[in-house]
Design a protein around this ligand. Structure first.
Ligand SMILES: Cc1cc2nc3c(=O)[nH]c(=O)nc-3n(C[C@H](O)[C@H](O)[C@H](O)COP(=O)(O)OP(=O)(O)OC[C@H]3O[C@@H](n4cnc5c(N)ncnc54)[C@H](O)[C@@H]3O)c2cc1C
Ligand code: SF4
Length: 319
């Protein structure tokens, strides 16, 4: 066994959560290591995979690799093992940059009422914070991603700052629908998008090729490689093809080190003062549960026994 690697901060996962954290912490002068299970994506190759695929599912551009398996849209039971009546059918990617490679870039905020469903409607649980407390952080996130939107349009979530970039023009179909619905209670409203409406952050403006899911050919759509590159320029180290298989706690249950495997089957350890788990809503609890020990038989960070429960997606109807 080789000597463990060392860092101030280890971030597991290079998606949007990991990349933004890595950038901020590396900029603050900390020694940051990012461990990522997947490999880098070649944008031109991803486009070719998408064009060649018979089914144009979101992951069509990113063939699953056995060393870093991810859910496959048209075979949901291949990766997920699900029990119970409600099956989770969405997907995620295991590549450098994570799931933003095939996200749509829609940047809606929650409504103030979403934070108080128990008080207002008698169901669910109220959040411990309010919309107003979160609002400045929405602004920061929108600035970081470069969100395009109409600051004068009321989407139900009050804003303290305008959008960074002007709105993306509505399509002919949007305008026709809006005209047809004019005398009804329904309104056609454009959603804010992490897509460049103008040249921004050394990336081109959206040219309307309309393949945001699964891949933007010109990177007008934000993906997490934007902040990964900035993080690396600020000194963060990215180890791709490196899957964390176990988190090792100290006597108090605080993560002290991690064991990871590289695609060449070699095994490594890394120690850090702080571990940030940014593996997404499914893989983060999975890793914490899989890291159970005799002292922590329910997995790490699971004194509540709620770890990995109550997974929620957002309801949507796409037409
Ligand atoms: C088709 C689609 C469209 C979407 N569109 C939108 C949208 O328009 N707007 C919106 O807000 N959201 C959207 N989402 C959701 C959004 O993409 C995700 O919520 C977000 O990208 C998750 O970011 P993350 O950093 O938490 O995780 P991810 O981006 O999933 O990154 C996690 C990373 O961790 C790595 N990893 C996992 N386990 C390990 C391990 N053990 N060791 C090392 N690395 C590991 C993975 O390889 C991955 O790269 C969409 C999702 C899908 C599937
Ligand atoms: S250029 Fe095409 S894929 Fe990229 S953001 Fe615009 S519409 Fe989406």
């Amino acid at each position: 066994m080789t000597q463990p690697l060392q860092a101030d901060i280890v971030i597991v996962g290079s998606g949007i959560a990991g990349a933004l954290a890595a950038h901020a912490l590396a900029q603050a002068g900390l020694d940051v290591v990012i461990l990522e299970a997947g490999q880098p994506v070649d944008r031109a190759q991803a486009l070719q995979h998408f064009w060649d695929a018979a089914g144009k599912a979101p992951d069509a551009a990113y063939p699953a690799q056995p060393q870093a398996m991810h859910p496959v849209s048209d075979q949901p039971d291949r990766w997920y093992q699900q029990a119970g009546p409600d099956r989770f059918k969405s997907s995620y990617l295991k590549v450098v940059g994570g799931t933003t490679w095939h996200w749509l870039g829609t940047c809606l905020r929650l409504l103030a009422s979403d934070f108080q469903t128990r008080t207002r409607y008698g169901y669910g649980v109220d959040w411990p914070i309010s919309y107003e407390e979160l609002e400045p952080y929405y602004c920061l996130a929108e600035q970081a991603l470069g969100v395009s939107g109409s600051s004068s349009e009321d989407l139900g979530s009050p804003r303290s700052q305008p959008f960074l970039l002007p709105a993306i023009p509505q399509t002919y179909l949007d305008l026709e629908l809006a005209r047809a619905l004019a005398d009804t209670p329904f309104r056609v409203q454009a959603t804010p998008q992490a897509r460049n409406s103008v040249v921004h952050d050394q990336r081109p403006a959206c040219c309307g090729s309309s393949s945001c899911i699964p891949v933007c050919p010109v990177q007008a759509k934000y993906d997490a490689t934007v902040h990964l590159k900035k993080a690396q320029a600020a000194g963060a180290r990215l180890l791709d093809q490196s899957t964390v298989v176990q988190l090792i706690p100290d006597a108090r249950g605080k993560i002290a080190s991690a064991r990871f495997q590289r695609w060449d089957q070699s095994e490594w350890h890394i120690q850090a003062r702080i571990f940030i788990l940014a593996c997404n809503a499914i893989e983060t609890p999975r890793l914490l549960l899989a890291s159970h020990t005799a002292a922590w038989p329910q997995g790490l960070a699971n004194r509540s026994d709620q770890l990995g429960r109550n997974l929620m997606d957002h309801p949507t109807q796409l037409s």
